[in-house]
Structure formats: structure tokens, C-alpha cells
Design a protein around this ligand. Structure first.
Ligand code: HEM
Length: 273
């Protein structure tokens, strides 16, 4: 069986590039990026557990982690792609789909390497599946953000760069409880998240849902963790940098996302920022 990763990427590219009304804003792209991130962001550098290797989100309790609500749609779609390319590991497919989606939506090309292996459902042990609670909680502030991302091995600048992915997609009340998109073009990768975060007059949304922030016309939203990037001076300097320098954001996002997808893969990681 030939291992033609470019053929898989091409199939993904075609699917992502075609407008599909059944997906939000007509694109599966944003939820594929979120799947790649959540599959990888469980990594704990101290115990060296979690991360993208193993594709353990196929199993409980990771599959049913409330933080992963909605990702079953992305996983089901990629299972159908795997039927066409049964030789690719699910862990490679999830991460390849993330980098391909970013590229198709106008973002930077992200270095990606295959080689992840899937854990086997019958032999996987409890400690090999990351527990719930490792992914960030959107209701928290900068201390929590640092705790979670430092545990993965990321510094302040990388945290802010990665957060720029919220240019894409939206929040769903039936998944996270939050509501709405961050930008006016949620299927286009851009530095708009930073431009808007910095320039809009954000106020607390008055509603029955969880605390979130809105623009004056209530069209866009920010999570408490997004606002924390503005309120924390160490984070804020990178928000300002990326708001005015799109090239710097694309370069730094590409490097940080490449590192994120390597977490838990047992080989030398790509260089850090
Ligand atoms: C403090 C860190 C973060 C928090 C608390 C957070 C939280 C959230 C929440 C609550 C949602 C809405 C889910 C839903 O209701 O469907 C979301 C969506 C999303 N997140 Fe994050 N996120 C964080 C960082 C990141 C990072 C690092 C990336 C990627 C590099 C990312 C990519 C996305 C994308 C693309 C979506 C949209 C998904 C869709 O449209 O279905 N997020 N995030």
C-alpha cells in the first residue's frame, strides 16, 4: 500500500474548499482546526502523556470530555476519508486535516510530518488516555491560560500566536454554551482576531448564558480567555504586534501550530519562537 500523504491532503483540500451548507458558514475547515488542536493540547510535558500521538480522542473519557463537544462531527467526517486511505493513522489524519484546513482558508503553510501511531482500543491503558480537564477553560483568566499552555511547553508569545486561530469558526450554545463568531469572515484565516480584540469596544453580553463579550452591534464575540490576552500586559504586547503585522502572525502561528501538533510524538520537535 503506497503512503501518498499528498493524495490525502489533496482530497481534504477539495472537500474543504467546496462550500457546504451543512457546515457552519459553509465550511468544515474551522472544526477541523479545532480537532487537531484538542487532539494535541492535552499534552503534559511533566508526565509526557497526552498529545496528538495515539488519536486517543476516539476513546472515553476523552471523546466525552465536555471540552470536546462538537468534535464528533469532525471525527466522523475524517473516518469517511480514512475509508479511502485506510493506511493513514487517525492521529496523522486529524493533524494533517488541521494544517490543510488552515492553508485552504488562506493561512500559512504549516510544516507537518507523518509518523503518529494509533493506540489500539483493546490494549490502550487508562493512563494513556488523557483525563478530562487538560484543555483550557474559557471562563478563566491569564493565570489559568499560562498554567495550561506552559504544561504543554508554550511561552507567552506562542500562546498569543496560537489564540489567533479564533479568527476562524464560532461558538455554539449546544457545544460550549458560548455563542457567535470572533470575526466577520470566520472561514478566512487572518490576523483579524487581533485587530478586533484590540480596537473594538467590548462589553459584557447581557444574557442568560455564560460570561462573554460583545461588540456594540452584538455581531461578534470574545471569550473571557480572549479578553485576558488584552488585559494581561505581557500577552497584550503580542496582541498589538500581531494586530499590526500580519506577516509576523502568520510566521509565528505556523511555527507554534507545527510544535503543537508534534506534542506527544516521540521525536525532536520543531524550533520554538
Ligand atoms: C485559552 C485557550 C482557548 C480556549 C479557552 C478556547 C475555547 C474555545 C471555545 C469555547 C470554542 C467554541 C466551541 C463551540 O462552541 O463550538 C472554541 C472554538 C474554536 N477554537 Fe478555541 N480556545 C482556545 C484556544 C484555541 C487554539 C489554541 C486554537 C487553535 C490553534 C483554537 C481553535 C478554535 C477554532 C478553530 C474554533 C472554532 C470551531 C468551530 O467553528 O466549530 N482555540 N474555542
Amino acid at each position: 500500500m503506497s503512503q501518498d500523504y499528498e493524495a490525502v491532503a489533496e482530497t481534504l483540500r477539495k472537500f474543504i474548499a467546496t462550500k457546504r451548507p451543512e457546515w457552519d458558514d459553509g465550511s468544515i475547515g474551522p472544526v477541523l482546526v479545532r480537532l487537531a488542536w484538542h487532539a494535541s493540547g492535552t499534552y503534559d510535558k511533566h508526565s509526557r502523556t497526552g498529545g496528538s500521538n495515539g488519536a486517543t480522542m476516539r476513546f472515553k473519557p476523552e471523546a466525552t470530555d465536555p471540552a470536546n463537544a462538537g468534535l464528533e462531527h469532525a471525527r466522523a467526517f475524517l473516518e469517511s476519508v480514512k475509508e479511502q486511505f485506510p493506511w493513514i493513522s487517525t492521529a496523522d489524519l486529524w493533524t494533517l486535516a488541521g494544517v490543510t484546513a488552515i492553508e485552504v482558508m488562506g493561512g500559512p503553510k504549516i510544516p507537518w510530518k507523518p509518523g503518529r501511531l494509533d493506540k489500539n482500543e483493546r490494549s490502550v491503558t487508562k493512563t494513556e488516555i488523557p483525563p478530562n480537564g487538560r484543555l483550557p477553560d474559557a471562563s478563566q483568566g491569564s493565570q489559568h491560560i499560562r498554567d495550561v499552555f506552559n504544561r504543554m511547553g508554550f511561552n507567552d508569545q506562542e500562546i498569543v500566536a496560537l489564540s489567533g486561530a479564533h479568527a476562524l469558526g464560532r461558538c455554539h450554545t449546544d457545544r460550549s454554551g458560548y455563542k457567535g463568531p470572533w470575526t466577520f469572515n470566520p472561514t478566512r484565516f487572518s490576523n483579524q482576531y487581533f485587530v478586533l480584540l484590540k480596537n473594538v469596544k467590548w462589553t459584557k453580553k447581557q444574557w442568560d448564558g455564560p460570561e462573554q463579550y460583545q461588540d456594540p452591534h452584538d455581531e461578534l464575540m470574545m471569550l473571557p480567555t480572549d479578553m485576558a490576552l488584552l488585559w494581561d500586559p505581557e500577552f497584550k504586547k503580542y496582541v498589538e504586534l500581531y494586530a499590526q503585522d500580519k506577516e509576523a502572525f502568520f510566521r509565528d502561528f505556523s511555527a507554534a501550530f507545527a510544535r503543537l501538533l508534534e506534542l506527544g510524538v516521540n521525536r525532536a520537535p520543531p524550533p520554538r519562537l
